[in-house]
Design a protein around this ligand. Sequence first.
Ligand code: C5P
Length: 231
Amino acid sequence: MKRTVIVACDFPNMDTTLRFLDSFTGEKPYVKIGMELFYGAGPEIVRELKRRGHGVFLDLKLHDIPNTVKSAMSVLRDLGADIVNVHAAGGIDMMKAAAEGLTRPDGTRPLLIAVTQLTSTDQARLTNELLIDRPLEQVVISYAKNARAAGLDGVVCSPLEAGMVHEACGGDFLTVTPGIRFPDSDTGDQKRVTTPERARELGSDFIVVGRPITRAADPAAAYDRCVREFC
Ligand code: C5P
């Protein structure tokens, strides 16, 4: 898979998003629609961005009982997103149900990936709040193996874990990695972060970049910098 930069469009509505994307004059960037934008703009935002020629990662991180996730996925299936996701913490049956719900009558489906551990979670939070008493990397790898066993296409993880995930699950198992920062930008709430260049060295397939692009004085230039350093 060609290395790709995904711009996290964490905006509250369609107008702001379209205005933001209009400032990109070159190639249409691959975009991520998360909860804020999906809840604010509704499903039409997915159709509109597809109509405008963007690749779309619909990052809604479903996590519920298998039957509910399957039904929800069968609704999302027809919106036209290229990638959708679930939380691996929902378990193997839930992930299998997600894949079933997402599969079209002709047997095709969008790429389906699973969040292993949020990149805002560090070892202290994992141990003290989630009461998972294992090294974080071990948990990420174990969740990635569950996702693979459920027939998913890859995981969301930190770039710091991308190499290990490929080793455990195969080179063709996708790693989609948020937690990207330029050496000179703020980490904010993210804990497991690295630069676009280091993410490439570590073997990420896709990087997801939000604030370093959306809050830059010149977002298109920040995007170009990510592409130069990562792709
Ligand atoms: O602004 P920033 O670059 O931190 O944005 C990262 C994006 O990736 C956010 O939209 C966040 O919801 C998402 N994400 C994440 N960690 C995960 C999964 C998704 O940061 N494990």
